[in-house]
Design a protein around this ligand. Sequence first.
Ligand SMILES: C[S@@+](CC[C@H](N)C(=O)[O-])C[C@H]1O[C@@H](n2cnc3c(N)ncnc32)[C@H](O)[C@@H]1O
Ligand code: SF4
Length: 434
Amino acid sequence: MQVPRYTSYPTAAEFTPAVGCADQRRWLRDLDMAEAVSVYLHVPYCRELCLYCGCNTKRALRDDVIGAYRTALEREIALVSDSLPASLRIAGLHWGGGTPSILGADGLASVMAVLRRYFVFEPGFEHAIELDPRYVTSLLAASLNELGVNRASLGVQDVNPRVQVAIGRWQPMQDVAAAVLRLRAAGIGNLNFDLIYGLPLQTVTSLRKTCEIVAMLSPDRIACYGYAHMPRLKANQRLIDEKTLPGVEERTDQAGAIAEELQRHGFLRIGIDHFARPDDALTRAAMSGRLHRNFQGYTDDSRETLIGFGASSISRFRDGYVQNLSDVPSYVRAITDGRLAAARGCRLDAAEKQRARTIESLMCAFQADLDVTAPDMELTEELALLQPLIKDGLVRVEGRVVTATDAGCQVVRVIAAAFDPHTRTDPARFSKAV
Ligand SMILES: C[S@@+](CC[C@H](N)C(=O)[O-])C[C@H]1O[C@@H](n2cnc3c(N)ncnc32)[C@H](O)[C@@H]1O
Ligand code: SF4
């Protein structure tokens, strides 16, 4: 069964060109200025491409191209703020990619200066960046700290040398350890790691070892994604030898082994694919029902509005989503011409908002009380779709409360999909459920 990861509902696959710049302008104009927002900045460049990568990124061959992109980002910030009635407050900032540090310390500082010109930062705002550990020098770490970065996500993926060769990402463990030391020495104490299972040559045994080694570096959070293999969409993935990919059963075993191993090392499981220390803010959010899901995965960020800058970035408003042009030259051209870059999106009517709340609740708490998440909807057809899952012991429905059982938590995406009318038409588009 192929189902979305539901980092949003509707998923980006449902966005259409019927929603674009005019909606973005209206939604920006109508924002409640009393509410702080989150901001996402996308940098779609890396020094080299990893074979498994499914992100919207390209290999950067020329520094002037990166410079032109940075200029476009800065112009987009000015253009977006033109549509706002006043200066918005930013309470969370996330740099993603690609590899955002490719802008260099000066480039990052320049974008920050433009953001500060048009927006007001809340004191102590969360400032996170995705980093490739192979490029974290002491100088970069110190510059990030100076810019106010207080959380870094490092792409670790797997520490096994054979796997690293097969995925085209040679990254000796010493490099990861050095990056961690440099970041901590610079004062960036909140560290997340990304791991992937389902990669070529990975086995349950190799992944247990990876978890053991990774746990020694004591990250605060670990996100553990199932490898999404989409060779038709991603040319770099065509270089992966499919014969070396683990099958569905092996993937399930690998996901289970990782969970077991990380829990043995003191991490708590958060949602479908995150792990965190017991004293981490994400754990506290999960424990108190304040966990949310956004395009970066699980988060304790409860803000309604997310403004995305950069090629392919998605903005979320109360009444819908807009996504910028994904093609970088087209994005840069639109912004250089003084136009907003929104290319697609979707509007959320009352029913879609209730479906979104239901799916987010299932993904975050493995439970949805439909009287709370979808009080105006009967959802008879959706509840009927759950029948086979109830028979298989994966879900319980008591009154209007839908709960994934322990076995069902592993396939909560399938349970969530019952409330998503879009997946019923084309389930083949989504990556593997495990
Ligand atoms: C933008 S990258 C992280 C930062 C940096 N570029 C790096 O690689 O270290 C985001 C994360 O997405 C995950 N990822 C990328 N491609 C994936 C795929 N095909 N399947 C599952 N996870 C993937 C990886 O764990 C990666 O660390
Ligand atoms: S995994 Fe990170 S470094 Fe590798 S290609 Fe993707 S974004 Fe770039």
